[in-house]
Design a protein around this ligand. Structure first.
Ligand code: NAD
Length: 327
């Protein structure tokens, strides 16, 4: 198999690529992988085994139609992770989110059709549904995105649906809850808190900390993406969840504990504008159709992540600098 992975130098994409190249996916051992990544502040080739003989890395933009038309022929499948992914940045730089997440996705879908790519997985997010006080969203729930990030992902989902309905492109969409894991850029809450706590600094907790998120280990998410690539039906949406629901205060308490710190290190900061209260996906469909169940225990997974950041100071030192420049 020849698989093109967009955004493969970022957090989730690089986990997915490393797992493919390690031969973790039965039937896909020996696959050739092309990573297309613009290497924004969030992407880094240090996340990839660059000297692996089955990996080709191309620095480029998913909005670049000419590049995609050159690159895509000969690929059997595309897994599309590339995106501007940080909600806070979308509050101040929404146009870049529309460009990459909406126009980039449309360009990619158009080029996949032109190149005759047999299967596309469009990696989306539960944030497209908005916020839910009780219960969980099924895949047919109304989309009510609240942040520019979520709105741009929802628009991209609609372009993927249109590519299927209008042109018959075999594209499936995944909508996953919050991921945690190693190699996550330091702007996101878990690596931000862990690296600051390990450095002896304070951490900023939004508002009253009562916002609820559902956490899934990145390796579980990547396994779900692979199942959708292999057996997901064309034009279908698959929620990916079944992780652990925690308020941000509960998450903070666990991170303080793992880092040997206490609540004196937590600063309450003004809440994020339009901060969604709670996300929760109903993941029955992917469980019943594709047999997906999360496998990694949250507390054990989180402890391993904290150990990884403690052992890989250099990885996040350089990113702290990059983050300062990106602001
Ligand atoms: P990330 O920000 O860590 O990585 C994004 C990658 O895309 C980076 O390597 C970046 O360089 C690349 N990129 C950005 N703009 C590009 C462009 N125009 N052309 C080519 N490459 C570009 O993000 P992530 O957390 O790994 O998220 C990956 C995908 O998963 C995103 O589509 C996101 O919406 C989705 N998702 C993330 C989560 C989560 O909790 N992180 C949850 C559900 C869904």
């Amino acid at each position: 198999m020849n698989i093109l992975v967009t955004g493969g130098a970022g957090f989730i994409g690089s986990h997915y690529v490393r797992s493919l190249l390690r031969g973790d996916r039965a039937g896909y051992e020996g696959s050739r992988v092309t990573v297309l990544d613009k290497l924004t502040y969030a992407g880094d080739t240090a996340n990839l085994p660059m000297d692996h003989p089955s990996l080709t890395f191309v620095r480029g933009d998913v909005c670049d139609e000419g590049l995609l038309l050159d690159l895509l022929p000969g690929h059997d499948a595309v897994v599309h992770f590339a995106a501007e992914s940080h909600v806070d940045r979308s509050l101040v730089a929404a146009s870049e989110f529309v460009r990459t997440n909406v126009a980039g996705t449309q360009t990619l879908l158009h080029c996949c059709l032109a190149a005759g790519v047999a299967k596309v997985v469009h990696v989306s997010t539960d944030e497209v549904y908005g916020s839910i006080a009780e219960g969980s969203w099924r895949e047919d729930h109304l989309l009510e995105p609240n942040s520019p990030y979520a709105a741009s992902k929802a628009a991209a989902d609609m372009m993927a649906r249109a590519a299927f309905r209008t042109h018959g492109l075999d594209v499936s969409i995944t909508r996953c809850s919050n991921n945690y894991g190693t190699h996550q850029f330091v702007e996101k809450v878990i690596p931000l808190f862990v690296t600051r706590l390990l450095d002896g600094r304070d951490v900023p907790l939004y508002g009253d900390g009562r916002n609820v998120r559902e956490w899934l280990h990145v390796d579980d998410h990547c396994r779900a993406v692979q199942l959708v690539l292999e057996r997901g039906r064309a034009g279908e949406i698959y929620n990916v969840g079944g992780g652990v629901e925690l308020t941000n205060r509960e998450l903070t308490a666990k991170l303080l504990d793992l880092c040997g710190a206490d609540w004196s290190r937590v600063r309450a900061v003004t809440d994020r504008k339009g901060h969604d209260l709670r996300y929760s996906v109903d993941a029955t469909k992917i469980h019943e159709e594709l047999g997906f169940t999360p496998g990694i225990d949250f507390d054990a997974g989180l402890a391993e992540v904290v150990r990884w950041y403690a052992d890989n100071h250099q990885w996040w030192d350089t990113r702290e600098e990059r983050l300062a420049h990106a602001r």
